[in-house]
Design a protein around this ligand. Sequence first.
Ligand code: CTP
Length: 408
Amino acid sequence: MEKIALLTSKRILLGVTGSVACYKVVDLASKMTQAGAQVDVIMTEAAQQFVTPLAFRSVTGRPVYTSMWDLDDHVRHVGLGETADLFFIAPATAHTIGKLAYGLADNLLTVTALAARCPILIAPAMDGGMYEHVATQTNVNTLKARGVLFAGPGEGRMASGLSGWGRLVEPAELLAHARQVLARGGSLHGRKVVVTTGPTREPLDPVRFISNRSTGKQGVAVAQAALDAGASVTLIHGPIAEPVPMGVTALPVQTTQEMADATLTAVKDADALFMVAAVADFRPGTQSDRKIKKTDEAWGLAIGLEVTLDILSAVKEQREKTGTPRVALGFAAETHDAFEYGRQKLLRKGLNFIAVNDVMESGVGFEHDTNRVLLLSSAGVVEEIPLQSKTAVAERLVHHVAKTLNGR
Ligand code: CTP
């Protein structure tokens, strides 16, 4: 797993209580550690019935705390709670949730929760309708009103074989929740960001279309980087295989016109637009609503392509009237004379920034996990971003846009 800039050097206190879902949290602890966080685990006695401290210690490389009564550590609960960036309690049983709601402090986990000054995130896990019970619901609402955050629970099949609310959400989703909490106060905190990504598809008939090789990886990485910087993100995407980051508002589209409509609406109250999509430049002049038969050779010769709407030019026009988005960043996929074409596009489309790719270079652009980008503004070269993961490139782009928005 790749390091996550947001998690690097963060201290996460993971409180584990007694549920069969403990085994999933070993995976979460492993994911957070691999992403660069320092993960300290507190286990209750009941949790140790399901997995051993050794399992957590093996994946975190850190001591696991199980007792209030070890004499080698003076006021441990205060120390643990004070230095953490996040106290993540997962899985959280109905019993622990109840104790937290009432401020009870009978073990290291609950005592640390009372002493903690960092955000507390709770991922409930319980079976047999316990989550829906009015007692649990009251406790959950008490904690929410106090600013405690919740991840899940999910709905589905539980260990007993019953179905309902109470499933611990999957480790990847738990990680996404932790990221959202840690992102608060980032450089895009309180900002609304629109990202477009992927190809668009222009149908010829119900089974054929014109499209391009875009996979959406770079735009998805930008959306995640903006989320990690604390923004609320709308991701307008064409057909992509890439999973959409948890926490974005996803608007799936097919055609250029659909992407244009969604983008022009979304940017009305946005601070920034990252136009990463590889928009289809042409569409068939006529579309058939029935599948064209192979014998219809004349049709093949007669497809008259027409140019699609240039979305960024339409955004420019709208922006001149409304002033939103305040910052617009476009991409330029070039095969030659990248700098000059990029510069011209920046001016023509009225952009603050353009990220120029030379897609003929190896490891750059479509279908790759890496990218090399020349970032230009009207003042010239802003940064030559070297060949690296699309995630790392996205973080640089977000950094520059945030800097412009924040006037620094
Ligand atoms: N773009 C757009 N609407 C289009 C085509 C492209 O908004 N119909 C955006 C892209 O999302 C990108 C930027 O414009 O941010 C440049 O896209 P690119 O394909 O490099 O350039 P084009 O404008 O299509 O010009 P050309 O095909 O001549 O290179």
